[in-house]
Design a protein. Structure first.
Length: 281
């Protein structure tokens, strides 16, 4: 999964909708300033496909019609149908009859590295998802997308629970979806690879000792940060070191009353604390 230095605040993971105003506010990009003070906003899908919605483009109308005709004719679900369902085939290959699977929700966790797949991600959300929701409705299904860019609060990031939240949401998709439960876009980046927030005492002590043997500036900086940010918990059996919440030492990390201070706090954690420890651990 991708990661940026901050995560936009939202109380729940976004289930992508077709509301144009919502799409404008959340995901449309600035294309250019054409010599005026007016910012020209163009959606990525619009640049690629023009102003014609996907449901009106070649092939899509026929697919919607076939789905609508098949909605009322369901076949019993057989275990041999599992593989086609996992690859997104909800219609039988012969007569376009919808397979009955006992569920009506197709919920997918959408994941990609944020910075190098921004346009691809936005095209999928702006252009593909509204069509897929419409297609699913005609099949008697509810297509949902868990889009975690808008579901991670700063306090969740501060308490190092991003991976936990994403895994829980993925498990929800696996549990609730009739088939496709994960959609990923892969490019050239590894994305977010955090070190564990809880590390066995013996292991971290050993790693710290090895860093001391290097005696270079980067290793010594990492040792100082480890000593500052990891706190020994002897109540756990066996004892562990726990990474402290970011806001416990950098309060402005979750305080958005001052945008400049908030941005400085975010940069301080990711650039001056997280990355040096990440590189050495």
């Amino acid at each position: 999964m991708g990661c940026a230095a901050s995560f936009p605040q939202q109380t729940e993971p976004l289930e992508t909708c077709e509301d144009e105003e919502d799409l404008d506010d959340r995901r449309r990009l600035s294309a250019a300033r054409r010599g005026t003070d007016t910012e020209v906003i163009i959606a990525p899908g619009q640049l690629i496909f023009g102003n014609v919605p996907r449901q009106q483009r070649d092939g899509s109308e026929q697919l919607l019609y076939t789905a609508e005709q098949a909605q009322g004719r369901r076949l019993p679900f057989h275990p041999s149908d599992s593989l086609p369902l996992l690859t997104g085939e909800c219609l039988s290959s012969d007569n376009g009859v919808l397979k009955f699977v006992g569920k009506s929700v197709m919920r997918s966790f959408f994941s990609s590295t944020f910075t190098d797949t921004e346009w691809e991600r936005n095209v999928f959300l702006d252009d593909c998802v509204p069509f897929l929701r419409l297609l699913a409705r005609k099949l008697g299904l509810d297509f949902q997308v868990s889009e975690m860019r808008w579901g991670i609060q700063d306090v969740t990031s501060s308490e190092h629970k991003v991976v936990k939240v994403c895994r829980e949401e993925l498990q929800r998709c696996l549990r609730e979806s009739i088939g496709v439960s994960f959609i990923g876009i892969l490019s050239e980046k590894y994305g977010y690879r955090p070190f564990p927030a809880v590390i066995d005492q013996t292991l971290l002590s050993s790693l710290r000792q090895q860093l001391l043997c290097f005696e270079d500036e980067e290793a010594m900086k990492a040792v100082q940060l480890i000593d500052e940010w990891f706190e020994l918990d002897t109540n756990a059996i066996p004892a562990v070191f726990r990474l402290q919440p970011v806001h416990s030492k950098i309060p402005a990390y979750i305080d958005k009353r001052n945008d400049a201070l908030h941005a400085e706090a975010q940069a301080e954690w990711w650039n001056q604390c997280f990355e040096p420890m990440q590189a050495q651990l």
